[in-house]
Design a binder for this molecule. Structure first.
Ligand code: 5GP
Length: 113
């Protein structure tokens, strides 16, 4: 997988508002927030997308979901938040390093656009 902007954020080569980090992932504020709180949870391992994560990364994927709930609580949106993974360009993925969007702080429409 070729390197993306998220690798540079993980390595602290470019700035980001990092709100959580552990051995497996980082969470930081989205540069173009789509809700009052918009966080990205990103594995340190450079996996391109959900479809290519595979069974060997089942526990990593579970961890990313758990961290999403934890940072949502930490940022004050624990009562209601949405976790989104855009997989592939047709779904709106623009950065090909797997990431979970965690959105909250406003009412959410369904279905999403
Ligand atoms: P995607 O469209 O791939 O699902 O989501 C990529 C997200 O990364 C977008 O919401 C976009 O605003 C965010 N993003 C892109 N470049 C940067 C950056 O340099 N810093 C931060 N914090 N977010 C970024």
């Amino acid at each position: 997988m070729s390197e993306t902007i998220f690798t540079k954020i993980i390595r602290r080569e470019i700035p980001a508002s990092i709100i959580f980090e552990d051995d497996l992932c980082v969470a930081f504020r989205d540069i173009a927030p789509q809700a009052p709180v918009h966080l990205l949870v990103v594995p340190k391992e450079p996996v391109a997308d959900l479809a290519s994560a595979g069974r060997s990364r089942e526990s990593l994927l579970g961890h990313l979901l758990q961290v999403s709930a934890k940072v949502a609580e930490q940022e004050g949106i624990g009562r209601g938040f949405r976790v989104v993974i855009n997989n592939g360009a047709d779904a709106g993925q623009t950065v090909f390093h797997l990431h979970l969007h965690v959105l909250g702080g406003r009412a959410m429409d369904w279905p999403p656009g």
